[in-house]
Design a protein around this ligand. Structure first.
Ligand SMILES: NC(=O)c1ccc[n+]([C@@H]2O[C@H](COP(=O)([O-])OP(=O)(O)OC[C@H]3O[C@@H](n4cnc5c(N)ncnc54)[C@H](O)[C@@H]3O)[C@@H](O)[C@H]2O)c1
Length: 447
């Protein structure tokens, strides 16, 4: 059996829960994180992001975290959980994977297992990671050290599915690499682990899963844009179709697709296939449809304002929700940021609110074109309801950009008290009939 020491490289949404799980399952864990701020927070028992299970665990337990790559020499297995983003032109950026693997390669010692958990396109392990590890270390994969891929499927904020109970797939460079990785994940995950035929197959599983979601969402987003013109409520239609007991899986339209995975991972496959002579027209089209949704949402605001004889220029628009997903504070690829850009370009007077985003500076850098001085209501213990009300107060239009529980609970009286007439429900999460019968101008996405 492999030694029970493991290092997790990159302590974000993926790496930190994994490190905690491994420690809970009896592993001697070293967390390696290059961001000093995160290292200090974790050492102080504070989670660097909002995730209840992590916050609770860190309050009562200690994780050995370091910025020192030399510590990698001490462990049997190294799990890489660094980001795999795209740049402004949607080109995959393997920089963090390459830099983490370069550091690992410099310290690689015989017998060690390296597992890439980061989402990567097929071919990255064989064509990028493997040559890098072998060249820098002078060791031979499958003989001196071992390499596997086990894509992460965690869904932050999900009350049911977590790193410990989601089934996994693993691929190995060779039989021993596969066996070692299989053994590690079988010992920590209480769910089936499926052995894949190769590293490439395991890599492909992840991009296929997320592309599947992206194209299904693009399909209903396209329907939403079409049905807006046809005067059909797309949500009612989807719910009708979902009564078919087989061969239909409901997906719902919205103001855009965000996060580090769904709007990013398809580009990794698109780009790799293109380099190998295949054009993924279908995936590219899905990406382009989903990227249009923030602008479509702003179009709904503009048309509702025009309906009331107002123009967007100078109209006060309250954007409720900055994060890409309900009840979490994650801004990565958030459609709300694109909504802000479009509103700003059209001259709206913008107010934003998000009880899950702690601080302003971090996201200010993530987008351009929005006046820096626009009001921001930072979450402060006990003040969030007041802040929410003041954010909406006197707005000519309110956009629900994220279905945070605080917004889903809003009643017609809340909007009335704030003096709001126009509600653009970018997540179709409000009670349309209650709002329309109370006299509000309600626009959903495709309803
Ligand atoms: N967040 C999700 O829901 C999710 C789900 C499944 C898979 N993934 C994939 O997992 C990977 C990690 O995602 P994440 O959400 O945890 O990202 P993250 O940004 O939250 O965390 C990554 C961490 O790695 C650190 N880091 C970057 N380069 C480093 C280096 N060279 N050495 C040490 N630390 C380094 C960063 O400082 C950061 O703390 C990505 O490939 C992502 O696509 C994410």
């Amino acid at each position: 059996m492999h030694d029970n020491s493991v290092a997790v490289v990159g302590l974000g949404y993926v790496g930190l829960p994994l490190a905690i799980l491994a420690q809970n399952k009896g592993y001697r864990v070293t967390g390696l994180e290059y961001d000093k701020r995160k290292v200090d927070m974790i050492r102080a028992g504070v989670s660097p992001f909002v995730e209840e299970s992590v916050t609770t665990w860190l309050a009562d337990n200690q994780l050995d975290v370091t910025q020192d790559y030399e510590r990698l020499r001490e462990v049997a297995s190294i799990i890489v959980c660094v980001p795999t983003p795209v740049d402004e032109t949607y080109t995959p950026d393997l920089g963090p994977v390459i830099s983490a693997c370069t550091e690992i390669a410099r310290r690689l010692r015989p017998g060690q297992l390296v597992v890439i958990e980061s989402t990567i396109n097929p071919g990255v392990c064989d064509e990028v990671v493997l040559p890098l590890l072998e060249k820098q270390s002078g060791l031979k994969c499958g003989v001196d050290f071992f390499l596997a891929h086990c894509p992460e499927r965690i869904n932050p904020g999900d009350p049911k599915w977590n790193v410990g109970n989601i089934a996994r797939v693993v691929g190995g460079h060779d039989q021993k690499s596969l066996d070692l990785a299989y053994e590690f994940y079988s010992r920590i995950v209480d769910a089936p682990i499926r052995r894949m035929g190769s590293l490439k197959e395991a890599e492909a599983v992840k991009v296929v899963e997320n592309s599947f979601r992206d194209v299904n969402i693009a399909f209903v987003n396209e329907l939403a844009m079409s049905f807006t013109k046809l005067g059909i409520d797309v949500v009612n239609v989807i719910n009708g179709a979902a009564t078919k007991p087989f061969a239909f899986m409901p997906h719902y339209p919205g103001a855009g697709v965000g996060g580090h995975c769904i709007p990013v991972d398809p580009y990794y496959l698109i780009e790799y296939a293109r380099k190998n002579g295949f054009e993924h027209d279908f995936l590219s089209s899905a990406r382009s449809i989903n990227n249009q949704m923030p602008e479509f949402t702003v179009d709904q605001v503009e048309s509702a304002l025009e309906h009331h004889g107002r123009s967007m220029k100078g109209a006060k628009v309250a954007v409720m929700g900055l994060s890409y997903k309900a009840n979490v504070g994650d801004l990565r690829e958030s459609p709300s940021l694109r909504i802000l850009e479009h509103l700003s370009e059209r001259g709206a007077d913008i107010v934003v609110h998000d009880p899950y985003i702690h601080g302003y500076g971090e996201y200010k850098r993530s987008f351009s074109g929005v006046p820096e001085e626009f009001a921001f209501f930072e979450n402060t213990e006990g003040r969030s309801q007041l802040e929410l009300t003041s954010a909406m107060k006197g707005a000519d239009a309110v956009i629900i950009a994220t279905a945070h529980r605080e917004y889903v609970q809003l009643s017609p009286e809340d909007f009335k008290d704030a003096g709001v007439n126009i509600i653009v429900d970018g997540r179709n999460c409000l009670n349309k009939s209650a709002l329309t019968s109370a006299g509000f101008t309600y626009r959903g996405i495709g309803r």
